[in-house]
Unconditional design. Structure first.
Length: 199
């Protein structure tokens, strides 16, 4: 009797679980899964933007063209450099900053606000700030000339491919290191004090 009763409760729980999960599954199917499948299906056709004729099925020819395109591999290279140049430094330095802030007895909230403040700036404001910094007469060139002992040299932060990559990495690092620092602080705060004492 008890087994039948427990089975009835489990069945009711499962039914209510599906009741709560189905809306999110439907939302995912409509706004995520369907666009992905439709984009893949569309990629199997050749369609000219201003042509009124129906699209022509070409199979995987678009993917073959993509893999042979030097522009595609250049974008893969640029994305890989940006990802490695931002992800590894952000993970390392945000962890170090989080440990530094957690080790302070005073001004913890102040440091958290200072490091997190760039993350709440809009992208337009951040771009305006860094355009001034990367100006030929801006802070970036002044700092580099001071450190390297050069006089009046323009490092062309926004003019050459290598410097544009470096500039993008610097801006992203500056804007989001505070966000990851706060995440690390939250994780470190959740560690029981007994583990610190044992260590």
């Amino acid at each position: 009797m008890r087994r039948v009763f427990n089975r009835g409760i489990e069945h009711k729980k499962a039914r209510w679980g599906w009741f709560f999960v189905i809306p999110s599954l439907a939302f995912f199917a409509v706004f995520s899964f369907y666009p992905i499948m439709n984009a893949f299906y569309t990629s199997l056709f050749r369609k000219r933007l201003l042509d009124l004729r129906p699209p022509k099925f070409i199979g995987f020819a678009n993917y073959e063209y993509l893999l042979k395109s030097p522009d595609f591999w250049n974008s893969v290279k640029a994305t890989s450099i940006f990802t490695l140049g931002t992800f590894i430094p952000i993970v390392v330095f945000s962890l170090l900053l989080a440990v530094f802030i957690m080790s302070r007895r005073r001004f913890q909230k102040f440091f958290q606000i200072v490091y997190y403040s760039p993350a709440v700036l809009s992208s337009v404001v951040a771009a305006a700030i860094w355009l001034l910094i990367f100006d030929p007469r801006g802070l970036a060139n002044t700092t580099m000339n001071t450190l390297l002992g050069t006089v009046g040299k323009d490092y062309k932060w926004l003019a050459t491919a290598g410097m544009v990559r470096l500039s993008t990495i610097l801006v992203y690092f500056w804007k989001y290191i505070g966000y990851f620092t706060i995440i690390y602080i939250t994780g470190l705060a959740a560690i029981p004090q007994s583990l610190h004492e044992a260590a």
